[in-house]
Design a protein around this ligand. Structure first.
Ligand code: ZN
Length: 405
């Protein structure tokens, strides 16, 4: 479940870009980071423009040149000012909702920073760098440890970052000659305690400020990790993020990888469990006939009355909210349509006999969630792939709400 509406909207934007195909090698993708080198970008575009005269196909040549000119013009228009996160520019000849093929320019300001400068000309847009950004904003902390070594790491999507590997000063099992057994034990305890404090310092400072931290998983051989967790080494707010521990053979980077490999279920489950909890609450309420509703009309009503605590929308919902206007008698009309394509081919007539004009077509989730957010409701996008998400779509049309009263 993606809890953020923005990331869902971004995903949809990418899907749309992905569906665009060029007739030839003529679709241009240009990635510009914030701290880009202006001269190298403009010389690249000028180079490509002069090289394009060698393109054999007349249409492709015309489209590539048209696209390059449009990009150059666009950059001049914004005076080469690039947003903080950088920008991705997509340009070429293609058709969208209405009209035929024409040269169009689309820009995407991504949710995360673009850090590459890149130019591509292909029969489709190059979207890999943006797609990587949709790969989970969710971060997990990993700590593998025993008495002698510890490694603290962060797992962000598929990216694994080792924050710190530490080795303890705890003396081995054999004591030096002349030391009393008691004194030796005492030294060991002190050294162990010091080591645990060092691990906790790194874990506290690495994990406590992370807003998107979903959980921390501990690993390592033996019971040292459990002893560590039972004592108050970790800050309370870090400790409460611990979602599990498991046995691993190693306490270095390969131990961290063991945790990642073994915890697939643990990590996946937390997301699924959260979605399930929410949906269970919804299903239970429905069964009891209280504080829940479903269906487009009912949910919209509840939103407008300010009764919605959590708006639930399946990502499988493809409906659109349409605004119509009659130019002849100036009548406006709003309605929800399931199949926009068919609707567009057969737009209804106004009572006065003239044909309505479509002045706005918004995805339903966008329109409804904007309304819901205005009254302080939470909006949750429910996945289309999980069992419970499929059930929600099948039985409730993918649209429901948990109500405040
Ligand atoms: Zn009319």
């Amino acid at each position: 479940m993606s809890s953020s509406k923005e990331s869902y909207a971004f995903k949809k934007e990418l899907e749309e870009l992905e569906s665009i195909k060029g007739q030839g090698t003529e679709l241009i993708s240009l990635y510009i980071p914030y701290d880009y080198d202006r001269s190298s970008i403009s010389s690249k575009l000028t180079d490509e423009l002069s090289q394009s005269s060698n393109i054999k196909s007349k249409t492709t040549k015309k489209n590539v040149q048209g696209a390059l000119e449009k990009i150059i013009h666009y950059l001049k228009t914004v005076n080469y000012r690039i947003p903080k996160q950088g920008i991705a520019i997509f340009c070429g000849s293609f058709s969208r909702e209405a009209g035929g093929h024409k040269i169009q320019l689309l820009t995407v300001v991504p949710p995360k920073e673009i850090n590459i400068q890149l130019y591509r000309c292909d029969s489709m847009f190059f979207l890999d760098p943006l797609k990587e950004m949709t790969a989970s904003d969710e971060v997990y902390g990993i700590v593998v440890m025993d008495k002698h070594e510890a490694t603290v790491a962060l797992l962000s999507g598929k990216k694994l970052e080792i924050i710190k590997n530490m080795v303890s000063q705890v003396p081995g099992k054999t004591r030096a000659g002349g030391q009393s057994a008691q004194r030796f034990e005492r030294l060991r305890e002190v050294a162990e305690n010091e080591f645990y404090k060092r691990i906790a310092d790194i874990a506290n400072s690495s994990f406590s400020e992370l807003k998107n931290l979903r959980g921390i998983i501990f690993g390592g051989p033996g019971s040292t990790k459990n002893h560590f967790l039972n004592e108050d080494y970790l800050q309370a707010r870090v400790k409460e993020k611990v979602i599990g521990d498991m046995s691993t053979s190693y306490t270095d980077e390969s131990g961290v990888r063991e945790v990642v490999n073994k915890s697939g279920e643990l990590i996946e489950n937390t997301e699924i469990v959260q979605e399930k909890k929410l949906m269970d609450r919804f299903f239970e309420n429905i069964a009891r006939g209280e504080r829940s509703t479903y269906g487009e009309k009912e949910v919209r009503e509840a939103v407008l009355e300010g009764r919605v605590e959590i708006l639930l929308i399946s990502e499988a919902v493809k409906m659109k909210r349409i605004k119509l206007f009659c130019g002849s008698c100036e009548k406006s009309k709003e309605l929800t349509v399931k199949d926009f394509k068919t609707f567009r081919e057969n737009i209804p007539k106004c009572e006065c006999g003239a044909t309505f004009e479509i002045v706005e077509a918004k995805d339903l989730y966008e329109e409804l969630s904007e309304l819901a957010e205005q009254i302080g409701s939470n909006v949750e996008i429910i996945s289309a792939e999980t069992d419970i998400g499929k059930q929600f779509m099948m039985a409730f049309g993918g649209l429901g709400a948990i109500l405040r009263f």
